[in-house]
Design a binder for this molecule. Sequence first.
Ligand code: AMP
Ligand code: MG
Length: 488
Amino acid sequence: MPFPFDNTYARLPEAFFARIDPVPVSAPTMIRLNHELAAELGIDVERLNSPEGAAILSGNRLTEGSEPIAMAYSGHQFGGFSPQLGDGRAILLGEVVRADGVRHDIQLKGSGQTPFSRRGDGRSALGPVLREYIVSEAMAALGVPTTRALAAVASGDKVVREGLIPGGVFTRVAQSHIRIGTFQWFAARKDHDNLKVLADYAIARHCPDAKLADNPYRALLEAVIERQARLIAHWMQLGFIHGVMNTDNMTISGETIDFGPCAFMDSFHPVKTFSSIDHQGRYAYANQGPIGHWNLTRFAETLLPILNDDPKQAIAEAELALDTFADIHRMDLQRRFIAKIGIENGTDADWNLVQDLLSAMTAGEADFTLVFRSLPVALECGNDVGVIRLFNQQEAISAWLSSWRTRLENTSSDLREAITLMRKMNPIFIPRNHRVEEAIAAGYDGDFAPFHRLNDVLKTPFSEQPDSAEYESAPTPDEVVHATFCGT
Ligand code: AMP
Ligand code: MG
């Protein structure tokens, strides 16, 4: 059997999901199969790398051991609560356990309607399938906790979006698909028994140490808060804007999930937003920390009935845990950005130096990724021209570069450590929006070469790739992508 399934979620009470098979598609063809990931997960990649594999990864054929379910969840979307969301176009086929014991979900996305589809068709257009493949794998290569891409399949069917467009099925791998919204599902229904079942399951799967704590549910809350605080700082280190941080898009595992209207910034601006539906900038770059805290507050609220029998005490415990978010997030963010300018174990003065650089980048409309990667080059060749030319306004950056050099030279006469650190923190290659769009547009025309090429380049984002230098570049003015779409 291609997947050595070992399913646990399907053993939970029926209230957690609906049992439903994927709906077949017309003519599935494999676009890309992630051989490395399959090998890591003990999946029989040879069997999947065949017409049978395309049938399996489109939902046309169920394999041995698969117990397909659509998971139930609720969620706050742009601040408003929807009690009834759930997998409207996704089906969990089952779970596999990696050699190190970490359990992973294998999920199809775009696999047809489920009892949670509401008015949706249960399908995915090809574009979002390709986008999620590219961006989630890029995130993994950049070292960010994330759901992964196992496969992208063209369905051979058309879906109705803005007109009729080709459809696809995406196979997502996650340490689990339990979201804050999954807890909200039971909390909204005042189903405290199942809430407890879910919390115990999440502890066993994602934070086994919490089981030994005085209050395991508080330990679960603290663990999720810490993971999300660090995850969001990690996104920000790389200029990533998630775009749709609804509570149903925030995992308990601490993995990034849902690559809809997401984007990596080109030119830096702290309140940049890409999502075409985020009119108020709720999920803007610099608002991601506060929104993470807001979402975790919703998570804490779901846990109140099991945190403590005394409701007042439960609130006090939740508040204590939530209060840790700001410091963890700020300290992680500061550490990351100070390291991006080549300093380990920085001080408040170094954080001010970072702020000054970001202000100069905002005013000078400088490209986030190019600027940070130009810093080690400037040190190595003792010449600032390569940095300064990235800025429209050059006075502030020139002044900044001399303060920065003074700071570094005061610490150490040997700049090699700073250079190595910066090369580790600052990637050369990110999934630039215009490149992602280019790969999607070609894919719609049946040409997947740009999609494959982009995926290959993004596998080693921190290494020089002289043959792919064009993927480093910022977009030209007519290539700039200003808005991204959910494209469901
Ligand atoms: P998302 O925007 O992917 O986070 O999805 C939000 C909710 O809408 C989830 O409950 C999805 O399952 C549901 N949904 C999104 N697109 C579709 C679709 N094409 N058909 C059915 N449900 C969908
Ligand atoms: Mg979602």
